[in-house]
Design a protein around this ligand. Structure first.
Ligand SMILES: [Zn+2]
Length: 298
């Protein structure tokens, strides 16, 4: 299967898809339509300000969507690993300030790249995508489960830390996912969630063209407040939030600015720089567009 370029999306819409009639974070029926993107409606909640995809895809529909998408290039490209490590090492240091060592579960662990920096830890992972899960299993064996979080059979109160990076906003029922994490964590255990920040200035300026508005890949669009609300409702106490910088290739920035379209100035710049030295120049990016929250099980 052809690899999907970074940030691009296939067209996928199930027939007779159900619609959320209420905000699935606070339960309010006072919701409104904000944008149409990729044929999906992005809704907002007037009560808690949560932003979400109105179409309610089932788990099997999402599995079919990811099957059609194939493995994302961003995680399989070796060169980009150095960029990811910049973030991962900073996150590791933050975790180890709270919890020096122990047993960690990385949900949506991909090839196990984050687990690789958690040396000295007992590492576990969950990954839905078969190709990357197989790579993680080569390193971590049966500690990697190729399934959805709700299908794992880890014992209750098993983990000291659970991390969800670039995966929480993909989940069709984030509160249920937090409930599962709550059960799997030891009392006082740490949960770490990294998502796109829908309330950053860049998102406000770009509106429906904000690069993270990517239905049905991203179903929930959080910010500091709504992520805090989700955690509080799930009996976690928020410790801190962070805007950690990311290292990116110049070509990736051009691709994001191209809005996934195969035309226009930024797309041409992306194609021109795609395989060039210039495109591989790394820059340190921090637009507060990525938020990482640390919270503990009450
Ligand atoms: Zn709400």
């Amino acid at each position: 299967m052809a690899k999907t370029p970074v940030g691009s999306q296939i067209q996928y819409m199930p027939e007779n898809v159900a619609l959320h009639q209420r905000c699935y974070l606070c339960g309010s029926a006072d919701i409104f339509d904000k944008f149409k993107v990729n044929g999906y409606t992005i809704s907002g909640c007037k009560s808690c300000s949560f932003v979400f995809v109105k179409e309610h895809l089932t788990t099997s529909e999402l599995v079919e969507f990811y099957r059609q998408m194939g493995a994302p290039e961003v995680y399989t490209e070796n060169e980009n690993l150095k960029n990811l490590l910049y973030y991962y090492e900073r996150l590791r240091d933050m975790i180890q300030e709270k919890q020096p060592k122990g047993r960690i579960l990385d949900v949506g662990c991909s090839e196990g790249n984050f687990l690789d920096v958690m040396q000295g830890w007992e590492c576990y992972g969950v990954e839905l995508e078969a190709v990357v899960a197989a790579k993680a299993r080569k390193k971590y064996g049966d500690n990697i489960k190729e399934c959805a979080l709700e299908e794992t059979n880890f014992p209750s109160s098993f983990f000291d830390v659970i991390s969800l990076q670039d995966v929480f906003d993909h989940m069709p029922d984030p509160l249920n996912s937090l409930k599962i994490c709550y059960d799997l964590l030891k009392p006082g255990g740490l949960i770490v969630i990294k998502v796109h920040n829908i309330s950053c200035l860049y998102a406000k300026i770009t509106g429906s063209k904000f690069y993270a508005i990517l239905p049905p890949t991203h179903l929930s669009y959080f910010d500091r407040n709504t992520l805090g609300l989700a955690l509080e409702k799930s009996n976690f106490a928020v410790l801190s939030h962070h805007f950690i910088a990311h290292i990116m290739f110049i070509k990736t920035i051009f691709h994001r600015l191209s809005d996934g379209k195969s035309q226009g100035l930024f797309y041409h710049l992306y194609r021109l720089t795609e395989n060039s030295f210039l495109g591989r120049i790394r820059i340190r990016k921090n637009l507060n567009d990525i938020i990482t929250v640390l919270a503990v099980k009450k």
